[in-house]
Design a protein around this ligand. Structure first.
Ligand SMILES: [Zn+2]
Length: 504
């Protein structure tokens, strides 16, 4: 009897603990609207009605506005629509969205630097127009259709845009937010993408069930984020504004643009009513908080960028980088492969100058390499290097990183070159040696690095680029090759300590 009572008490304690954990787990819901239809005027009213409904419900969303849409709102003098949207976060959704060539098409053969410059050249004016018309710098960006490319990130950074908010399959970690190319991403959320259809009938119940499934899984797992997207035009149209004009690479002149067919008004009304019920339902769930792009950047702030890295941190990174080169998750922060590359290079450069290991280091974030590694022609490769020769190479890498802001494509040791992964594994072994013995080794043995972070990047295929606006059969192997190189920067985004406690 006593034993029975004791085990009951233990079971109760475990259940209470689990319940407390669940009760504390916040579920952040980010609701975003790609506000893009600059052809059908009824879209203006749909966007306004949604913005006003959400404001009335005490929910803030993110409206990602296309540059041309912002200009059209201004030309139609829809200051009422602009004012309604301004109660929410304003994002950016490209300059002209579906006019040809679309982003992935014009970047398909571009490299890292020229692609970054070309995206900026074509898209910065739209971001400036959104900023001028709405009076705020767009907080987030997301691509039209599946026209994603890694070169967009540094260009967005140059436009003052802070995060990537969209959905597609190119890169992602476990259906939760992550960092890539130095930017917070809510992207490839798959199982945590909840969307109620706007087709009436059972869609409200199905939408609630879909949301509940993600919500329960996240609550049981310490909390997380659910992403939900719509287009205001979905409430009023029977077909997409761009599909009727720009499908399969078509690019008719402006005076030949057709308006999409509209929905019967009863259907539109039903969709608004269902959507309001859907939002009310989500809002009523314990622990749910609706968050904008700006909120997400605070909730998922990258703690590695403000942290001081000490000897034990670097020793742990150095050990790990000799086994596998990918991101690493710690209590309260995560480091990418590029973060480790940057920290160990800086640490050894400092050690070379001062002959003592630095007491603490701040992170200088880097982008990944711009080209896949190609071995140098001629000669042989050494199995080890004199310390002085290796240190000279590390100093050169440090100088390159400071000026270019990215990982070099190769590292030179005299006339021999190392791939970034082999350099990092070799560097990590030397760093471990120095930290443990307190002095420089006489020789540094060459190691092979095993870079695995790119397994989170999709393979190129026409299915990855499944957007009706692309030319038939479009795919972009060079974009995905660059995407794998930028996987050096990939790491999970963690809930900040205060955010994981904040819940009702
Ligand atoms: Zn769009």
């Amino acid at each position: 009897m006593t034993r029975c009572l004791a085990s009951f008490a233990i079971a109760l304690a475990i259940a209470t603990h689990l319940l407390a954990q669940t009760a504390a787990a916040p579920v952040y819901v980010t609701l975003w609207f790609d506000t893009e239809d600059y052809i059908l005027p009824q879209d203006d009213d749909a966007a306004k009605r949604l913005a006003e409904m959400l404001t009335r419900l005490g929910v803030r969303a993110t409206f990602k506005v296309v540059g041309e849409k912002a200009r059209v709102l201004e030309a139609r003098r829809r200051t009422d629509v602009i004012a309604a949207l301004k109660h929410h976060d304003i994002g950016y959704h490209s300059n002209t969205h579906s006019q040809q060539p679309t982003i992935a098409v014009y970047l398909q053969n571009a490299g890292w630097e020229d692609g970054r410059a070309e995206f900026y050249r074509r898209e910065a004016q739209g971001a400036r127009d959104v900023q001028r018309i709405f009076g705020v710098t767009p907080a987030a960006y997301g691509q039209p259709g599946s026209a994603w490319a890694p070169q967009t990130y540094p260009a967005l950074h140059d436009m003052g845009i802070g995060m990537y908010l969209d959905e597609a399959d190119h890169v992602g970690i476990d259906d939760q937010p992550f960092y890539y190319d130095g930017m917070l991403n809510v992207f490839k959320m798959r199982s945590n993408l909840a969307r109620m259809e706007l087709t009436g009938g059972a869609s409200l119940d199905e939408g609630k069930a879909r949301f509940t499934k993600s919500y329960k899984a996240l609550r049981a797992n310490g909390g997380g984020t659910i992403s939900i997207y719509y287009h205001p035009n979905e409430w009023v149209h029977a077909e997409f504004w761009d599909a009727v004009n720009f499908s399969r690479g078509a690019n008719p002149p402006r005076d030949e643009w057709k308006r999409p067919r509209t929905r019967p008004s009863a259907e539109t009304e039903q969709a608004f009513q269902d959507f309001e019920q859907y939002v009310r339902f989500m809002k009523d769930q314990p622990g749910v908080r609706f968050v904008t792009a700006t909120d997400l950047m605070r909730i998922y702030a990258d703690a590695a960028t403000t942290r001081s890295f000490r000897r034990d941190d670097l020793l742990s990174f150095a050990r790990s980088a000799q086994q596998e080169i990918s991101f690493q998750r710690f209590d309260g922060y995560a480091v990418s492969a590029a973060d480790v590359f940057s920290l160990l290079t800086a640490a050894i450069t400092t050690f070379g100058d001062r002959h003592v290991w630095p007491a603490e280091l701040k992170l200088r974030p880097l982008y990944g390499p711009s080209h896949a590694f190609t071995s140098a022609t001629g000669g042989t490769s050494s199995s080890s290097y004199r310390w002085s020769a290796f240190l000279e190479a590390v100093r050169d890498v440090d100088a390159f990183c400071r000026s270019a802001g990215r990982i070099p494509d190769q590292v030179w040791l005299g006339s021999e070159s190392l791939s970034p992964a082999d350099y990092l594994a070799t560097l990590a072994a030397a760093a471990q040696d120095i930290i443990v013995t307190g002095k420089a080794p006489s020789d540094v043995a060459r190691k092979s690095g095993r870079f695995t972070a790119d397994r989170y990047v999709a393979d190129d295929s026409p299915a990855l680029w499944n957007w009706v606006i692309f030319p038939e059969g479009f795919h972009a192997p060079r974009i995905m090759e660059l995407a794998r190189l930028q996987a050096w920067t990939l790491k999970p985004a963690l809930l900040s300590a205060s955010s994981s406690r904040a819940a009702r």
